[in-house]
Design a protein around this ligand. Structure first.
Ligand code: EPZ
Length: 417
């Protein structure tokens, strides 16, 4: 099992490019199930979650392969419309095949994704809207069994601006009969990217990025030809890596406005941030101040940057109150940061971080989930001495060669088996 060995204390300096967005690529690849034929994508990152998605698509009779820069998906009618537990359990986002399979083939049998370290991750906001569009859905023996002769458009109001729920219903509604109006939808950049890809496939969709998306169903769609947007969470992670080490880092191939909420918080802390059309630069700050953070749906502060920002706050002057409003158990990194000497008091939804410059010391720590892994690496980079982060397989689900990118900035980090 791989571990990451980090020798901290060196400011990171230089320029680093982000890869394609994991949370855009996953729904985009499942959207290919809406149209038979050859789909082409650019900027698909090399990640374990992409491997898991390929496994499921291959199981559903799709051929996936990389041809130079292009990622190809050859979709044929599946012999089986079952997404089995042993594949789905590797990646919860597999539930995103439900809407496309149901809309295109009128049936789907998808293993319940189950929970994960950060929460129970229910899918009621995927199931109920599909029933409202006319699907008959039973939950039996750990599977979602769905059937629909024809999905018929309707007005759907989400209880919560769920990212995956919005994506599943957008894809299903694209092939519905008539008009579907989705209200209180997620507004993440990945939603906008999916809508633009679906439009390119012939979907009649508008309003993405706002709270209301309107979709006029069509009889069929054509294969996608789409470029995945840059990964805003990776961009934010790399920016925090520069900030926490007192370095000067320019993150390129990113969309600054997609991480406005992080940029605003870094400026509030006392960092000077420069932005261009597709880059953001952070410069050294001798002593940054603690600020409070509440995670929220986009354009609020992303829950996927909460753990990384907490690492920064352990080195801030003052006390930071971090409130996690999206997931019920996303403070697994707290006890690991505490092993490194961080002074953090976790409550149910709130963690109080009493910052102290140089307050961290190297210690063996364990990654518990994807973003916690990144948080521990950032903390280790800011700490004199050598830190070993184990269970680094969590990191590989969502970051493409993070250690290589950090080495490129002068970071002393090595992956060891
Ligand atoms: C997506 O997960 C992302 N994953 C997550 O990124 C991200 O943290 C999350 O959105 C929020 O931004 C992908 O895009 C593959 P949600 P998703 O549905 O779609 C509750 C990462 O680190 N909920 O917006 O599962 C749910 O329990 C990952 O890259 C229901 O109650 O998120 C959670 O508390 C982690 N019922 C909240 O809503 C439902 O049917 C947010 O969930 C669905 C969700």
């Amino acid at each position: 099992m791989d571990v990451m060995i980090i020798k901290g204390g060196t400011p990171l300096n230089g320029s680093v490019a982000t890869s394609g967005a994991k949370n855009a690529a996953l729904p985009l690849l499942f959207a290919t199930l809406l149209a038979e034929g050859e789909h082409s994508f650019l900027n698909v990152p090399f990640l374990k979650d992409i491997d898991s998605t390929e496994l499921l698509l291959n199981h559903l009779n799709c051929k996936t392969y990389r041809d130079g820069e292009q990622f190809k998906v050859l979709v044929k009618k599946p012999e089986s419309i079952v997404a089995p537990y042993d594949i789905v359990r590797k990646m919860r986002a597999s539930i995103l095949c439900l809407g496309p399979l149901l809309a295109r083939y009128g049936e789907a049998k998808v293993s319940l994704p189950g929970g994960c370290a950060i929460g129970s991750r229910p899918i009621n906001l995927h199931i109920e809207p599909l029933r409202q569009l006319g699907a008959e859905i039973e939950i039996e023996n750990g599977y979602v069994i769905a059937r629909a002769n024809k999905l018929v458009g309707d007005r759907i109001v989400f209880d919560f601006a769920t990212v995956g729920g919005t994506e599943n219903i957008m894809m299903a509604a694209s092939l519905c009969q008539g008009e579907t109006i989705l209200e209180n939808v997620a507004k993440e950049p990945e939603i906008v990217d999916l809508a633009q890809c679906l439009r390119g496939m012939g979907a009649k969709i508008e309003g993405e990025g706002s709270s209301v998306i309107t979709i006029e169903g069509v009889d069929e769609l054509t294969p996608a030809n789409h470029r995945v947007i840059p990964d805003r969470i990776e961009a934010g992670t790399l920016l925090i890596a520069g900030a926490i080490t007192g370095g000067d880092v320019k993150v390129t191939n990113c969309v600054p406005k997609d991480i406005d909420s992080l940029i605003n918080k870094l400026v509030d802390c006392g960092f000077s941030i420069e932005t261009g059309s597709d880059w953001v630069r952070v410069r050294p700050c001798a002593q940054w101040s603690a600020v409070d953070v509440d995670t929220a749906p986009h354009p609020g502060f992303p829950t996927d940057l909460q753990a990384q920002f907490m690492a920064l706050m352990t080195q801030a002057k003052g006390t930071s109150v971090i409130t996690e409003r999206i997931f019920e158990n996303r403070f697994m990194h707290v006890q690991e940061l505490a092993r490194m000497g961080a002074n953090i008091t976790p409550k149910s939804q709130v963690s109080v971080v009493r910052g102290e410059k140089g307050g961290l010391s190297s210690a063996p720590v364990m990654a518990t989930d994807l973003r916690a892994s990144a948080s521990l690496i950032l903390a280790a980079l800011a700490t004199d001495g050598e830190t070993k982060v184990s269970r680094i397989y969590h990191l590989d689900r969502g970051y493409e060669n993070l250690e290589v990118k950090l080495q490129g900035l002068g970071g002393q980090i090595e992956r060891c088996s």
